[in-house]
Design a protein around this ligand. Structure first.
Ligand code: SAM
Ligand code: ZN
Length: 194
């Protein structure tokens, strides 16, 4: 489920729709958690579906640590990629705002963290654009992404967190808040193509 202070808006002809903040979202806010309404699909499930369904799943799912395709039920499935994303995961089933996100700013994450099955041509227009986002980008970027998450992770208990009740890994996160060396790496979500 996505944070309540967000809505779907049109970005442009190339990117389509995206997710925007309707109010300031401070860094350290949990902006998405995997929840019980999200659907999961195995490769076999997908192979048994008609082509139009497969196209939807190709565009709107990410692949989790177990290699399952996850289709989010709400507008979190419209998250776009940016090479300077303002939201990232820390190797758990949630994403955090890694910077303050102003009202009307688009929320973005990095598809390099989501187990892409094919390279992705990026049109994010950031000065740091990687142009092509690769399925194995996590092998090059994990330390950078982990560092960005580590800086805001301690803010979690200090902020209003409307998604916290849905969060499945409370114990692990509480442990990492007490013992920062136990904070997971984004590598924990890596599921390379075998
Ligand atoms: C999960 S959907 C995101 C929602 C999508 N913008 C829409 O309107 O349906 C992923 C698709 O969004 C587009 N997209 C997202 N980020 C992009 C980026 N940085 N550059 C180019 N296209 C992007 C691509 O078409 C991609 O396949
Ligand atoms: Zn880019």
């Amino acid at each position: 489920m996505i944070h309540p202070n967000t809505e779907l808006r049109w970005v442009n002809e190339v990117i389509g729709y995206g997710v925007f903040a309707t109010a300031l979202i401070p860094k350290g806010t949990i902006i998405w958690v995997r929840d019980d309404l999200d659907q999961t699909f195995t490769a076999e499930d997908v192979a048994n579906l008609e082509e139009p369904y497969r196209q939807v799943l190709d565009k709107y799912t990410f692949v989790d640590a177990k290699g399952l395709m996850v289709l989010c039920w709400d507008h979190s499935r419209f998250f776009n990629h940016s090479c300077e994303a303002n939201c990232l995961s820390a190797g758990y089933d949630f994403e955090l705002a890694i910077r303050d996100i102003e009202a009307n700013e688009e929320l973005t994450d990095d598809y390099g963290t989501l187990n892409l099955r094919e390279p992705f041509q990026c049109a994010c227009q950031s000065a740091r654009c990687r142009r092509q986002i690769a399925p194995d980008d996590i092998e090059r970027w994990a330390e950078t992404w982990d560092g960005l998450v580590r800086r805001v992770f301690p803010l979690i208990p200090q902020l209003s967190q409307p998604l916290w009740p849905l969060f499945r890994e409370k114990v692990l996160v509480e442990l990492a808040l007490k013992h920062p060396e136990q904070l997971r790496s984004i590598r924990c979500n890596y599921s390379p193509v075998r």
